[in-house]
Design a protein around this ligand. Structure first.
Ligand SMILES: NC(=O)c1ccc[n+]([C@@H]2O[C@H](COP(=O)([O-])OP(=O)(O)OC[C@H]3O[C@@H](n4cnc5c(N)ncnc54)[C@H](O)[C@@H]3O)[C@@H](O)[C@H]2O)c1
Length: 349
């Protein structure tokens, strides 16, 4: 028996979670602080017990804010006996090592997207979890917990509109942070569409083509913004994504399904519609935290419930993280070469 299997079995033996699930958050930058607050103040059945960041001062400040332990070494936080489960909210390039450490320690993990930064390393994680024989890693694709996406999935699954023919998606951000590269439009933004397409249709993506229309004058020098992405699925549905991240005015994420006998649209943001002398219209979310805030809350509650109930995961797992990494790597290749790139995921363990 491998050390990893023994460790995981020991952990299973002492799991039971009579009390609250004791969670450590690794990486307390923008997302990690948000998740720490969620766990400390909102999620039922969970208790934030520690935070850890390579930035020691930040670790201390966030720990003091929430009255929890500061652990300066993230690996020590993972193996800590007083920590039942971990949330990884460090930059993507650190995820592979931290997730593998968590698997080795048998600790249930909610890892922010991406699972890792390449298909090869994501597959390594798929195989490490498979070797343990139980699901321990959930990937933070929060759109799966958004009420509108769940509804649209229900419409497709019910079959009343017939076979899905097209998904037209738009993903628009007001501005980009400094040093945002053309590849990051695919790796950081379109990655969410890649996951929701797989979630909505229940099919793998088999090819991707990235086209580069004229640049917006609002984009920083050298940034190819917008881009237009075409994805083909195993079942023959064609998906287009307009990715435009310097719209200057707000955050819009929209999906229109066109099926044989009807269409359905989500993400119109038509909560309150106002009429006045200035015209009529509704509001536009300022950013993803506003648009998907409730989805993060649901994601965390369902993850904690699943871990406490022994399932480990309730939502996208390592295979989903791997598939997203593979499609995005093909997308980056298409962006660079201008060609259609096929995606072959290989056998699923
Ligand atoms: N699901 C979503 O909608 C969504 C949105 C934004 C970001 N994210 C993801 O969340 C993650 C974090 O993004 P962010 O915007 O919060 O980044 P950030 O830069 O604001 O924060 C990252 C933090 O991790 C720390 N860190 C770096 N290496 C570390 C290590 N090895 N161990 C411990 N701490 C380490 C940094 O010091 C920093 O405090 C990324 O994977 C990103 O892709 C997801």
């Amino acid at each position: 028996m491998s050390t990893a299997t023994q460790t995981a079995e020991r952990h299973t033996a002492r799991q039971g979670y009579d009390g609250d699930l004791r969670v450590a958050v690794l990486g307390v930058g923008m997302m990690g602080q948000d998740h720490a607050r969620r766990l400390a103040q909102l999620t039922k059945g969970a208790r934030l017990v520690a935070v850890s960041d390579v930035d020691a001062a930040r670790t201390d400040a966030v720990a003091a804010e929430f009255g929890v332990r500061a652990v300066h070494d993230p690996v020590a936080a993972i193996t800590d006996d007083e920590v039942d489960a971990v949330v990884i909210a460090t930059p993507g390039f650190t995820h592979e090592d931290l997730v593998l450490e968590a698997l080795e320690a048998g600790k249930p993990t909610l890892c922010e997207k991406p699972l890792t930064t390449s298909p090869e390393t994501s597959r390594k994680v798929v195989e490490a979890e498979h070797a343990l024989g139980r699901r321990l890693v959930q990937v933070g694709f929060m759109r799966r917990f958004d009420a509108e996406y769940e509804q649209l999935r229900g419409v497709i699954a019910a079959g009343e509109l017939g076979r899905p023919l097209f998904l037209h998606c738009a993903h628009r951000n007001a501005t980009t942070p400094p040093n945002f590269s053309s590849e990051m439009l695919i790796l950081d933004s379109v990655v969410h569409e890649v996951d929701v397409v797989r979630y909505l249709l229940g099919e793998e993506i088999t090819a991707i083509t990235v086209l580069t229309p004229g640049r917006t004058s609002a984009a920083p020098e050298g940034l190819q913004d917008p881009q237009f992405v075409l994805m083909e699925t195993a079942g023959g549905t064609l998906v287009d994504v307009e990715i435009f991240v310097n719209t200057t005015f707000g955050y819009e994420v929209r999906t229109e399904l066109v099926a044989e006998r009807g269409s359905a649209t989500i993400g119109l943001g038509v909560g309150l519609v106002q009429r006045s002398a200035a015209g009529w219209g509704g509001g536009i979310a300022a950013d993803f935290k506003e648009r998907f805030g409730a989805a993060y809350d649901t994601e965390f509650q369902r993850w904690v419930d699943a871990v406490r109930g022994g399932a480990g995961v309730d939502g996208p797992g390592v295979w989903d993280g791997y598939a997203a990494a593979a499609v995005c790597a093909a997308g980056v290749e298409s962006l660079r070469t201008g060609r259609r790139v096929e995606v072959d995921l290989g056998p699923r363990p």
